[in-house]
Design a protein around this ligand. Structure first.
Ligand code: C2E
Ligand code: MG
Ligand code: MG
Ligand code: MG
Length: 278
């Protein structure tokens, strides 16, 4: 009885696993088609604001996938898959080119693009990026690349060289989700990073947990000491904004200020902002 039951459960489990594998293969195939056909993938742009003046400094590009049957998919539904199935380089270059092209046609001072650690395994990554910038005619100063702490932790000479090349060529490097990984001050010094982005999990606890307030203060002070700028991610409340301003955090990003939006909406927003200040 118990045995039969156990086997039954195992069969159900195996069946589910089967379905999951099939589902993932189908999604992979769809992603290949989206990448090759150039349809379905889009970028949303979320402005990043100057804390004190309230003006838009730049925008982060966030990839979206309008899947024909599954609807709009957020990056956590397909970035991992792209990384595992060898599609991230193609996807990543598409994001860089699309965001770069957008920057050229709008008044946005710079765009920030998330780059997967897997893309950095390609020794020609920096070369590809500069070739693309030259081809479209975007100055490197108008591009920011967001990496995660895990990348620095790999402590590989190739990655160090790539980051050095990117920065030497004028591209800024931002450390995303800062505080959630394992970066040490010595890594920050070795690699050289232009910006820290305080992870939204800290921002969410601001003003509610004095320990978190102190951590955020420490991150901001560390950034100042090392000549880096700081962006707070996930700012949702007026209270958080007030505290971040008081602590001297230079840049803010979050739903309170603006949600990620289609390119055209950001272009309109920038135009309105220019008109108001004129
Ligand atoms: P991230 O780079 O840390 O991006 C911030 C995420 O927080 C975005 O989610 C954004 O929509 C969301 N967000 C912004 N403001 C707020 C807020 O006030 N409250 C809350 N709760 N969330 C906020 P999204 O667009 O779903 O992206 C998730 C992650 O996917 C990104 O985290 C990034 O790591 C990755 N990602 C996005 N686009 C790309 C891409 O083109 N390439 C790669 N490799 N990864 C990407
Ligand atoms: Mg990011
Ligand atoms: Mg982040
Ligand atoms: Mg994140």
């Amino acid at each position: 009885e118990a045995k039969a039951n156990g086997r039954g459960r195992l069969q159900v489990f195996a069946g589910e696993l089967d379905n999951a594998v099939r589902d993932r293969r189908a999604l992979e195939q769809d992603l290949r088609e989206a990448l090759n056909g150039g349809t379905g993938l889009t970028l949303a742009y979320q402005p990043i604001y100057d804390t004190v003046t309230g003006s838009i400094l730049g925008a982060e590009a966030l990839v979206r996938w309008e899947h024909t049957s599954r609807g709009r998919l957020s990056p956590d539904k397909f970035i991992g898959l792209a990384e595992e199935r060898g599609l991230i380089n193609q996807l990543g270059l598409w994001v860089l080119r699309t965001a770069g092209t957008y920057a050229l046609t709008s008044d946005i001072p710079w765009v920030a693009v998330n780059v997967s650690p897997v893309q950095f395994r390609d020794d020609r990554f920096a070369q590809h990026v500069f070739a693309m910038l030259e081809e479209i005619g975007l100055p490197p100063q108008r591009l920011e690349i967001e990496i995660t702490e895990g990348l620095l932790l790999q402590n590989s000479p190739g990655i160090q060289q790539t980051l050095r090349t990117l920065r030497a060529g004028g591209i800024r490097i931002a450390l995303d989700d800062f505080g959630t990984g394992y970066s040490s001050i010595s890594y920050l010094r070795t690699y050289g990073v232009d910006k820290l982005k305080i992870d939204q999990s800290f921002v969410a606890q601001l003003g509610r947990d004095t320990e978190v307030d102190s951590i955020v203060r420490a991150i901001i002070d560390l950034a100042k000491a090392m000549n880096m700028t700081v962006t707070a991610e996930g700012v949702e409340t007026v209270g958080q904004r007030g505290l971040l301003e008081k602590l001297g955090c230079g840049q803010l990003q979050g739903y309170l200020l603006s949600r990620p939006m289609p390119a055209e909406a950001l272009t309109d927003l920038l135009r309105d902002a220019t008109r108001q200040s004129a």
